[in-house]
Design a protein around this ligand. Sequence first.
Ligand SMILES: Cc1cc2nc3c(=O)[nH]c(=O)nc-3n(C[C@H](O)[C@H](O)[C@H](O)COP(=O)(O)OP(=O)(O)OC[C@H]3O[C@@H](n4cnc5c(N)ncnc54)[C@H](O)[C@@H]3O)c2cc1C
Length: 498
Amino acid sequence: MVKITSGAIVPIKAMQTAVAARVSATIRATGRRYLSSRRLEHAMANLSSSVGDLASRFSGRLLMPGSAEWEAARRVHNGLVDKHPALIAQCLGSADIASTVRFARERGLEIAVRAGGHNVGGKACCEGGVMIDLSLMKHVHVAPEQRAARAAGGTLWGHFNRETQLHGLATTGGVVSTTGVAGLTLGGGVGWLMPKHAMALDNLESVEMVLADGNVMRAGAHENADLFWAVRGGGGNFGIASSLEFRLHPVGPDVIGGLVAWPVDRAPDVLRLFRELAAKANDDLMLVCALITGPDATTKLVAIAAGYFGDAASGDKAVWPIKSLGQPVKDAMGPISYTALNSMLDVSYPAGARNYWKAHFCESLTDEAIDTIVDAFMRCPSPMGQLLIEHFHGAASRIAPTETAFALRADGFNVLVLSQWMSPADDAVGTKWSRDAYAAIRSFGGPSRYLNYFDQDDTGDQALTAAYGPNLRRLQQVKAKYDPENVFHLNVNIPPKA
Ligand SMILES: Cc1cc2nc3c(=O)[nH]c(=O)nc-3n(C[C@H](O)[C@H](O)[C@H](O)COP(=O)(O)OP(=O)(O)OC[C@H]3O[C@@H](n4cnc5c(N)ncnc54)[C@H](O)[C@@H]3O)c2cc1C
């Protein structure tokens, strides 16, 4: 039964007027024009009455401004994001998604798509439009004999991993369990299994998509192959994935992994060890280096986190140089369940914390780059801020850049300046640190940047080229075929061009 939730009539109207005013202000401030502000105000005024039409062809929940549910549902992971959709459609399946896409388009309303809500730029929500929220769609079906799993579009990695691990299986997924399967996969998918089994998107077998015209289409290697090529790296540009089918691999349940941390004055030595280990790492070993602050919120630390996915004896050998560097403040590296490895970092990224990220891919880590990274971290103003270096190698890097839409296929180091803080009073300082650190570090980088770490201001031609590289032109053509009016533009947007 459809539930429409909203406050009393008067608060709804007051809220809608307030939302419409905010949207008009945003349009004026940014010059962004999807609807004209007058048309938008008109559309919003009519929404309360016309939402009943949608309700008659909708099974999930429709949330309008003025209800507590709407207030909670409009929030995404990044507390800096404060947008006010005119309607949140919490869908239960493809039919709900299709109805909502048609409803929004008929009224000229902007569409945002939310799975796990972790996009740091807050693209999962919108000001005054319709937020298609898949968070009620979390079903995972595992077919152990086929080593395959189909996940509904709103599934989170923690849930996915638990279901697949029940059968001793897994696929590459995000290292934080609260991140959404769909957003992470369509934009790439860096995870512990990346060197061994490539990126999350490389393990996709098929997707079911609701397209811009509201039609439902499957895409796979032998079915709408152009669309399948494009969604693997083109993010949410082409439609809404109501379900995603993955290839699985035997993993765990226990693996070797965890984290060793030292005082930050050891950072140059630790980063050099990280570089040395990265240079000889085989496909079983995934490495991440992290500059972080300890639980006392004062002591700056440097850490190496690792996951090893071969036999335990080889794993012990592979992580031994990390454990034997000497005098760590914490050594939590050893046997660990795969699901625990994938949630051990969750506590460092609380929902609602304010985030501003900048990332760049560096093919090598020179001594000068190491010194710059350490220096940048020492200036970090918040105990929640981090500087992360993810090592890319193995199966993910051996795939040709044009084989899927995801072009970042090189060995190297993805350097992420992850600024994070709690108080709105620290917004300017937190943002500035990330920008300054990035400006210092990017000179060591190449032309590529990892799309999933783009913030709201990573826009324009340079950003597009950094994200899509040699695939941009072909992506524009596929976009022109499947979404010629750019309905799905709240993403790292590919302008349609036939
Ligand atoms: C704490 C944290 C940890 C992270 N860890 C990792 C990591 O380990 N590895 C990694 O690669 N990235 C990681 N990321 C980045 C992550 O990949 C992106 O933030 C990604 O967008 C998250 O997906 P989501 O579904 O949670 O996001 P959402 O914010 O819900 O969606 C982001 C965008 O993806 C698109 N989208 C989402 N769902 C669908 C769908 N069903 N169909 C079509 N388009 C859709 C839409 O364009 C949407 O705007 C992390 C982010 C955070 C905040």
